[in-house]
Write a protein that binds this ligand. Structure first.
Ligand code: HEC
Length: 117
């Protein structure tokens, strides 16, 4: 009998463990793009080639820095995402989720200089 009870406890604990991550994940998926997380991703995935932040040394003169990319004429989050999904050689295809893509684009656009008119 004690065996059956402890089994039930284990199953309940297991069920809770399975449910709770789903609940906490529901937030980030629907929330607005997070440029701070985009920066973390950029430093991890893109800084081999791109100059991601000003704290970084120059990486490769042929690769545009994220500051330059954000400041390109008529650049938008959408055009940045398109270029990450369908990169121009020699930039490789990098497997990331849609939410990570949005965070990266939001981070790159946050580097755009303020308009001074
Ligand atoms: C292996 C090197 C490499 C890596 C890693 C890399 N890139 Fe690139 N990327 C390039 C090169 C080279 C170009 C320039 C291609 C061209 O237009 O000639 C480029 C271009 C781009 C452009 C287009 C700029 C424009 O508007 O013309 C975007 C946006 C971009 N990269 C974003 C990213 C992001 C975000 C990551 C990380 C998830 C990343 N790249 C990782 C090499 C790389």
């Amino acid at each position: 009998m004690t065996r059956a009870v402890s089994m039930k406890v284990v199953l309940t604990a297991l069920a809770l463990a399975l449910i709770s991550p789903t609940v906490s994940l529901a937030g980030p998926v629907t929330s607005a793009p997070d440029p701070a997380y985009g920066k973390v991703l950029a430093e991890r995935l893109c800084s081999n080639c791109h100059l991601v932040s000003s704290a970084q040394e120059q990486v490769n003169v042929d690769v545009p820095s994220f500051h330059e990319i954000g400041n390109l004429q008529s650049q938008t989050e959408g055009s940045i995402m398109a270029k990450i999904v369908m990169p121009k050689h020699p930039m490789p295809v990098i497997p990331i989720t849609k939410s990570e893509l949005e965070d990266l684009a939001a981070y790159i656009m946050s580097l755009k200089d303020q308009e001074t008119e």
